[in-house]
Ligand binder design. Structure first.
Ligand code: FRU
Length: 487
């Protein structure tokens, strides 16, 4: 083990004990101590789901990137594994950035971005590296990294923005799709190899996502099509819920090119969702997990000095509907967490009513709201006095919104109020009904609507501890609610 890796593990062991757990989610995997961003190497290997992540052990802010590691047998309980990688070789001395896994010959092959030593412009080149995990614990880096260096880039591509390789086996050889900053806009590049060590540029895989860079590409098969997810930097702000939206396109993967038409579609309308990865389980399900923060937001867990920052979303099963849109559904396994079912039928909603039987900051809720006689509907979560996380629906515009503006600590530097503390999008009613599925886990709220076509992920740090729930409506709504504590 390198001294850098040893030091990272020792630091984690020391810092874990100092973490203030007030806002730590109970059901979602969150960083044990320090900082976490993107999921990495999400895969199924030797009977377990492996989830690595971008990790900085020394502080609860981003820093030189390591890889942290969890494993799970049920997508519910995550076991912490030793720190998997540290920046400790010449090829990745500036950081081990995001990457993905391929299981081949009973080995887990990890392809990731290594940051080279700084050049004369004080910047790191980004190049693709390989590592192998044979026992599900230890990761061994390939001695001849990088395997795809900057000289493999096409003309005009920026060697300082070339990262996040997605590896797949396809049509008899290996393919990597990476993010790359092109001369005019972001692009995804495809590379091919027969032996995982020698790679050649195949061409531009996709460039229809907008922005100056489309990072963290995820490419997966769903419903007989290919779905590609990217995170857009420099996106047109007016169209999206946050600075760097996560969008997808569905199409056909032909000769290392994504053939698709139409505009990219937003994958999550909340304030905090980024860099998701998808892996196929042996039962065929495609499961996605994302990082629950967006660049530009600051986790109050850091600002408050709690010693940690970073949570993953709950795992979601991905399917494709008849119109070519992705649908996200919380994995079945999460039903295991349900305790103390409460069923409320025929709840007449007008003036605000407090549902004390639903109070709690670890909770799942399924709501079916008849909007026939109502113009709007509001659900407040994590409520103490005037403070609450607000979910609201306006029938005239069809807009569903989640808003954390009135709830606790702003997710900004020094707690400056957020300019836009909400995300919203149109959700159609079904026979006059609004159907919502909500998960609250201490400092994260996930809302699924429109059968999973519209999802909102946001972190939230309430100051109060009542975690009350209330409903109100203009006109009269009628709600049926089933809810569980999560434990
Ligand atoms: C996305 C990202 C990736 C990069 C990693 C670095 O969140 O910027 O593009 O590989 O984070 O931590």
């Amino acid at each position: 083990m390198s001294k850098e890796l040893e030091r990272a593990q020792q630091t984690l062991n020391e810092k874990r004990a100092q973490v203030n757990r007030r806002y730590k989610p109970v059901c979602h995997p969150s960083v044990p101590a320090g900082w976490l961003n993107d999921p990495n190497g999400f895969s199924y290997f030797q009977g377990k789901v492996h989830l690595f992540y971008q990790y900085h052990p020394y502080d609860s802010v981003w820093g030189p990137m390591h890889w942290g590691h969890w494993v799970s047998e049920d997508l519910v309980n995550w076991q912490e594994m030793p720190v998997a990688m540290a920046p400790d070789t010449n090829a990745d001395i500036g950081g081990c950035f995001s990457g993905s896994a391929l299981i081949e010959n009973d080995e887990m092959v990890l392809i990731y971005t290594g940051l080279s030593p700084k050049d004369e412009t004080d910047r790191h080149f980004q190049q693709q590296c390989m590592a192998v995990c044979r026992d599900g614990v230890h990761v061994e880096k390939y001695e001849h990294n990088p395997i795809i260096d900057r000289f493999a880039l096409p003309e005009g591509a920026d060697p300082y923005d070339f990262r996040d390789p997605k590896i797949q086996k396809k049509d008899g050889s290996y393919r990597v799709v990476t993010a790359s900053k092109g001369e005019k806009h972001g692009q995804l590049l495809a590379f091919r190899s027969d032996d995982l060590k020698n790679w050649k540029l195949s061409g531009v895989y996709a460039d229809q996502f907008g922005g100056f860079m489309a990072e963290c590409p995820e490419v997966f098969e769903v419903g007989g099509k290919t779905a590609v997810i990217v995170c857009v930097m420099g996106a047109d702000q007016t169209k999206y819920p946050c600075r760097q939206p996560v969008v997808y396109m569905v199409g056909d993967d032909v000769n290392d090119q994504l053939i698709s038409s139409g505009d990219p579609i937003v994958l999550d309308w909340g304030l905090d969702f980024y860099a998701p990865q998808v892996t196929r389980l042996p039962d065929g399900r495609q499961i996605m997990i994302g990082w629950a923060l967006s660049w530009g937001h600051v986790s109050p867990a850091h600002t408050l000095g709690h010693g940690w920052a970073g949570t993953m979303t709950l795992p979601r099963e991905m399917t494709l509907d008849a119109n070519g849109q992705l649908c996200q559904k919380p994995v079945e396994e999460w039903k295991k967490l349900r305790r103390d079912e409460v069923c409320l039928e025929n709840v007449k909603v007008g003036e605000e009513i407090i549902l004390s039987e639903l109070a709690g900051d670890k909770r799942e809720m399924v709501l079916d709201v008849d909007m026939t006689a109502a113009d709007s509907f509001t659900l407040k979560l994590l409520k103490t006095g005037d403070e609450a996380f607000v979910v609201s629906y306006d029938k005239a515009t069809g807009l569903l919104r989640t808003d954390r503006g009135q709830c606790g600590y702003p997710c900004t530097e020094n707690f400056v109020p957020e300019e836009k503390p909400y995300g919203e999008t149109v959700v159609p009613l079904v026979d006059g009904h609004l159907k919502l599925h909500v998960f609250v886990d201490v400092s994260i709220v996930e809302l699924f609507a429109d059968e999973g076509r519209k999802v909102f992920t946001s972190i939230v740090f309430p100051k109060g501890e009542d975690a009350g729930v209330s409903l109100s409506a203009q006109g009269e709504a009628c709600a049926a609610i089933t809810s569980w504590k999560l434990a």
